[in-house]
Structures are given as structure tokens and as C-alpha cells.
Write a new protein. Structure first.
Length: 285
């Protein structure tokens, strides 16, 4: 697999994702970086190992994909770098420096927004010796595996997403009371169940857990049972890539055609610190 600048790549799993080899992002020229962006849009996810990036370099890199997105929980952004969100179980002076166990449960980021984030990037600063894998599910492969009859039944359905429902029912960090500002900034939205990728028109199964309250026009529990059935199908073994982290890894996935989840680790034995960045997306269709 090559791009115009002859990037060396290999699949993360058959038919999905690309590990980009022999590229130092901190020193890469513009043509190489353009090749990295192009590879991302065509493959659903990219991995680059052995990177050594400052917070500002991370922001500059994610800006190649789109305008860097802000974060809902601003208390865990990196001091001096509001676009960099910290995931960590470390504490300093008795206070957590980041969100812990954030992202556990199959979902797509910012699905409760009218314009969900286009891509999510994680940069590994500190990695447990075991556990804490990140799993990505390929929505395009899952869609293509459905029969034409099933595709016809699903295409055109829409899902109701709610930030308030998500925060009240999430397994880790649930909050029953939200500020009026958070409620105002995160109104409920509807999105298609089947999403079309703007880069090449490929379709993806695009359910989610946590934020979905109903299939529009379908009574519950039937609607939510359908969503659960599709999430279970999409996240079954044939469609899932499991990433085992190393310090210096940059893993970036396309939220327009994937679901993802973090996994747990022994937080009494290990520390984990990640920097997460987002690039703004567009309205799903």
C-alpha cells in the first residue's frame, strides 16, 4: 500500500486501518504529512509508533485533519493547552490530573453533538504493562456484511442522542445534576443510523451506546433492542481491531465509520496517562 509520497504501511487488521511505518511526525515534511492525512481518510484508523511529541506538536498535527475541537470536561485539559485532554489515574496534591476510565463502553465521540468530532487521536505518555487496550470496530465492514434486505430495512433510520441521558447513566463518572451551561451547550440531537463517509461515499453502520435513547419513530424497548443488536454485531470479533499500547504510540481513528472502547486495567498497580485530541467534524448524513 502506498500514497503519492510512497508511505510504507501495513494493515491493522485485514481490510481495516493502516500502521504507517518510518515516519517521525515531529520532523516530517509537508508532503509526508499530507500522505498521512490521506491514508487516514481512506482506512478508518492510523497508527504511528515511536513518536516523541510536545503538546503543541500534537495540536499542530491534529489541525492537519480539521480545526481542533474543544472538550466538554475542561477541568482535565492540559494546563496551557486547552485542546489537549488528559486521560489518567494519577493524582497530584490529592487531585486527579485527568479523567479516569473515560471512554469505557462502545461509542463514537461527541455523538450527542450536531457535528460530532471527525477524528480522535490518542498519544501514549504512560502505559500499563497489561490491560488498557483500545478496541476499534469497523462500521463499513459491518455494513457490508449485512444482507441487501437488512441494509434496506436499516437505511434511513435515525437515532435520538442525548448528553443528559449519557451523563446520568454512564458506568464511570455519572452525574445526575448538570449545570445549565452544560445543558444549553449540549441539546439533544438526531443522527442517521447508517452514515455516509464524505471522502468516498462508503457507508458505515453507526450505532452507539450511552447516548442513544430511541430509534426515531420506533417504540421502546423495540428500538433500543435494535440498537443493542447492531452494536453487538458490529463489535463482534470479525470487525474489531485490538490495540496494545506502547509509549510513543499515536492512534487516530475516524469517528465517521467506527465505534471504539477503552478497556480496564489494574489501577492499583499501574499508572496510565494519555493525551487525547479531537478534530471538528461535520453534520452526519
Amino acid at each position: 500500500m502506498t500514497t503519492a509520497v510512497q508511505l510504507k504501511t501495513r494493515e491493522l487488521k485485514p481490510g481495516f486501518g493502516a500502521e504507517i511505518l518510518d515516519v517521525d511526525l515531529a520532523r516530517a515534511d509537508q508532503d509526508t504529512l499530507a500522505g498521512v492525512v490521506d491514508t487516514f481518510h481512506r482506512h478508518g484508523a492510523i497508527l504511528l509508533r515511536g513518536q516523541d511529541m510536545t503538546p503543541q506538536q500534537l495540536v499542530d498535527f491534529v489541525a492537519l485533519f480539521g480545526e481542533p475541537e474543544d472538550h466538554t470536561q475542561k477541568q482535565f485539559t492540559l494546563p496551557g493547552h486547552p485542546k489537549v485532554f488528559v486521560l489518567s489515574n494519577r493524582e497530584v496534591d490529592g487531585k486527579p490530573i485527568g479523567a479516569h476510565n473515560d471512554g469505557v463502553g462502545w461509542h463514537t465521540d461527541y455523538s450527542y453533538k450536531a457535528q460530532p468530532v471527525m477524528c480522535t487521536m490518542l498519544y501514549a505518555v504512560e502505559v500499563p504493562a497489561e490491560g488498557s487496550d483500545t478496541l476499534l470496530a469497523d462500521g463499513c465492514a459491518a455494513w457490508n456484511a449485512l444482507s441487501p434486505e437488512r441494509q434496506k430495512e436499516l437505511d434511513g433510520l435515525r437515532l435520538h442522542h442525548s448528553y443528559q441521558h449519557f451523563m446520568a447513566t454512564r458506568e464511570f463518572g455519572a452525574r445526575q445534576e448538570l449545570s445549565e451551561e452544560l445543558k444549553r451547550d449540549n441539546p439533544d440531537v438526531e443522527h442517521p443510523l447508517i452514515r455516509t463517509h464524505p471522502a468516498d461515499g462508503r457507508k458505515a453502520l453507526w450505532p452507539s451506546t450511552g447516548t442513544v435513547t430511541e430509534v426515531v419513530g420506533m417504540e421502546n424497548p423495540k428500538g433500543l433492542e435494535l440498537v443493542d443488536e447492531l452494536v453487538e454485531f458490529m463489535t463482534s470479533e470479525p470487525f474489531v481491531f485490538r490495540h496494545k499500547w506502547q509509549v510513543g504510540d499515536i492512534l487516530m481513528w475516524d469517528n465517521r465509520c467506527t465505534l471504539h472502547t477503552g478497556t480496564l486495567y489494574d489501577d492499583t498497580k499501574y499508572f496510565r496517562t494519555m493525551h487525547r485530541l479531537w478534530a471538528k467534524g461535520d453534520t452526519p448524513y
